[in-house]
Design a protein around this ligand. Structure first.
Ligand code: GLU
Length: 484
């Protein structure tokens, strides 16, 4: 068997869409699973769509996602150049286009815009498509040569017969056969001399020895035309894997409007790159045992492209958040703290022990920005309603709470050691003496020091972080509110 070689072939047009990252990930996994090569090729032949800085985004995204390429513009593996515009300068596309012309599989076309605009159009899959009428196929050799000599602008088109059928094979969809009459004589070389993506991908995949091609199923309708090119050259086509569409929760194509369609969007929203990669791996693929949490190495070991599903994959933001939360829970504390610190500092400007606060929230958040809502009360006691002191299960009322806070206040004022254990012992002692349940005391104390129904820690943990002065002040504030 040939050495497995896959390629990720992005066009530098902006942020990396989740769908593109999925193609990259699957290509990476197929290569690494087979101990083969993962190649990065930049497809910049559509000069009008290029966006400045987009190549850097591609490098950065691959690096952050851990999808390290073995070959690419920055890592020569002997198949370069790895940027299509640079490949063009070597003359490779023109050479192969001319070979097709010699074989009768392609032809020069000198039709101008006006003539093309006058041709019939057809609606194919919702898009208006012009089926070229092969006018220039019938030019004589002399006419062609005269046009070329006169410097008349031209394109080179693929010559697809009107009769017969073309069959290609996709790993997920099986054999697909189409009527040739439905295929247009697509442009291989544009009038600016650049190859079209449609032509360049075939030449490049072959000359770079690519064995598996993973791409979105929007390319499925062009695949027969690629197959005809492989056949015309007498080349073996790579294994094709066309991936199902990624939709949003409303089953519409995941678009920029969703606000989370690119890798960078997700990172900005506080997701961990490893959780994003793990989640994206499951967008269309599942292991035999329905397991869900995988490191990249585990994915490499498990990934079998035959288990990719054909049905559309729904991007479930809630599920991604859950998964991110699992990664945060499992993360080493030091790394967590490093990532959480900017979010903690955003809210807490006072001199409080941020590591302790971080430890409290670690198991409670799904994404880092969640931290803010959990800890805002540390900075300032929020306005709260006294009805919060009444808790059925804890058997507390406003009266019982007032009594407890009045008892606890002098105890805290007399207490010097404000560490959690000491405070817990102090309050437990009071609980025992009073002969009540823990919550009867802890609930009102926690309410008074936080002003919140839900907090990332218990009453004494919060007081430890807040310190004596602030805790006492907040208990006093509680007494004041309850005595009104
Ligand atoms: N340059 C194409 C894109 O970014 C690549 C498609 C392919 O993988 O063949 O959509």
């Amino acid at each position: 068997m040939d050495r497995v070689r896959t390629r990720f072939a992005p066009s530098p047009t902006g942020r990396m869409h989740v769908g593109n990252l999925r193609s990259a990930l699957y290509e990476f996994l197929i290569a690494k699973h087979a101990k083969g090569d993962f190649v990065l090729r930049i497809e910049d032949t559509d000069q009008e769509r290029l966006v400045e800085g987009a190549v850097d985004i591609i490098y950065r995204t691959l690096q952050e996602a851990g999808l390290v390429h073995d070959e690419g513009p920055d890592k020569d593996g002997g198949y370069g150049p790895y940027v299509q515009s640079e490949r063009m300068s070597t003359g490779i596309y023109m050479k192969y286009a001319k070979e097709l012309i010699d074989k009768g599989e392609a032809y020069y076309c000198f039709c101008d815009k006006e003539r093309l605009n006058s041709l019939k159009t057809e609606v194919v899959e919702g898009k208006e498509i012009m089926l070229y009428d092969k006018h220039c196929l019938h030019l004589s050799k002399e006419e062609i040569e005269a046009n070329l000599a006169a410097g008349k602008p031209f394109v080179i088109r693929q010559n697809i017969p009107k009769e017969g059928t073309t069959t290609f094979h996709d790993e997920l969809y099986g054999d697909i056969t189409v009527e040739n009459a439905e295929l247009d004589d697509m442009i291989l070389i544009k009038s600016d001399g650049y190859p079209t993506y449609n032509f360049a991908n075939v030449v490049d995949d072959h000359t770079m020895n690519i064995t598996h091609v993973v791409r979105g199923n929007e390319y499925l309708s062009s695949a027969p035309k690629y197959q005809r090119l492989y056949d015309a050259f007498g080349w073996e086509s790579p294994v094709y894997i066309h991936l199902p569409l990624i939709t949003d929760e409303n089953h519409k194509k995941l678009s920029k409007r969703s606000g989370h369609s690119s890798f960078e969007d997700l990172i900005e929203q506080g997701f961990l790159s490893e959780a994003v990669v793990n989640y994206i791996a499951l967008l269309g693929w599942s292991p035999e045992d329905n397991r869900e949490i995988f490191t990249l190495d585990e994915l490499i070991a498990e990934f079998d492209y035959r288990r990719i599903s054909k049905s559309p994959a729904v991007f479930d933001y809630t599920k991604l958040k859950w998964m991110n939360g699992e990664y945060i829970k499992a993360m080493e504390f030091d790394r967590f703290y490093e990532l959480a610190e900017p979010y903690l500092r955003k809210v807490v400007t006072k001199d409080l022990d941020l590591r302790k606060i971080a430890a409290m929230v670690k198991s409670r958040i799904e994404v880092f920005p969640d931290i803010e809502e959990h800890i805002d009360f540390f900075e300032t006691l929020p306005e709260y309603d006294v009805s919060m002191y009444t808790h059925k299960k804890m058997k507390t009322t406003e009266e019982s709470s007032l009594e407890v806070l009045r008892d606890v206040l002098p105890m805290l004022e007399a207490q010097d050691d404000f560490c959690n254990d000491a405070l817990y012992a102090l309050l437990s002692d009071y609980v025992a003496k009073k002969g009540v349940k823990n919550g009867y005391v802890m609930w009102p104390v926690r309410t008074a020091v936080s002003g919140k129904q839900m907090t990332p820690g218990g009453a004494t943990e919060l007081m430890e972080v807040l310190g004596k002065e602030e805790s006492v002040a907040r208990i006093k504030r509680g007494i004041e509110l309850l005595s009104r």
